[in-house]
Design a protein around this ligand. Sequence first.
Ligand SMILES: C[S@@+](CC[C@H](N)C(=O)[O-])C[C@H]1O[C@@H](n2cnc3c(N)ncnc32)[C@H](O)[C@@H]1O
Length: 221
Amino acid sequence: MKKLYGVGTGPGDKELLTLKAVRVIRDAEVIFAPNNRGKNMALDTAKDYIINKRVVLIDFHMGEVDKADYKTASEIIKNEIPHGEHGVFLTIGDPMIYSTFIFIMKELEDSDVEVEIVPGIPSFVAGAGISRTPIAVKGEKFLLCDEEPEAELLKSIDCVCALKVFKDKKKMIDIFDDKGFTYSYIKRCTLEDEKVLTDKEEILKEHDYMSFIMGRRYKND
Ligand SMILES: C[S@@+](CC[C@H](N)C(=O)[O-])C[C@H]1O[C@@H](n2cnc3c(N)ncnc32)[C@H](O)[C@@H]1O
């Protein structure tokens, strides 16, 4: 039997790696991560624990990634992990949130590779603390999305976080303004060049993939 740990490395600050993540990375035979032009942020976060280890960066097509890509990735993983050993697939934040790993995990079902998840701190949870935006208090509803939600849906939501909206933020902010939400744009959170912006014009000038917007509506009390 072989084993693959899907490990969340958190938002980027090395101190936010979990103890379990560090242990399974240190003990791994091989480390996998998506290839972003020879780089990977999760790999950077964990690099202090990846010493004299085989690292396999897996290529995914630019643009739409399809089932065939995930199948190819899962074949690479199956071939690279020796019998009786374990490998680690690194993801930023948590592996169960908008991650490539979710599809690889699916492809590995019914194979000889057992899968275990090591959770990581999601980017928006770190960002909520940094921007002092409570995600939810008793009786409230939170929405996580990766595009602007329909305005209608926001009527029943108290807090919303939109990941991956680095290209089209205007629509999202217009909806927030219209529905009475305050908002924060959080870029590269927990990293040295972290930025938190609340001014609309300033936010619209930013275009970093490593960013998201949190919107919050407070009930009158
Ligand atoms: C493919 S999703 C991965 C989400 C990740 N699994 C998580 O739990 O946060 C990529 C998006 O996560 C967000 N993200 C991840 N790390 C971030 C960081 N350090 N600062 C700001 N946004 C981040 C951005 O919205 C980015 O477009």
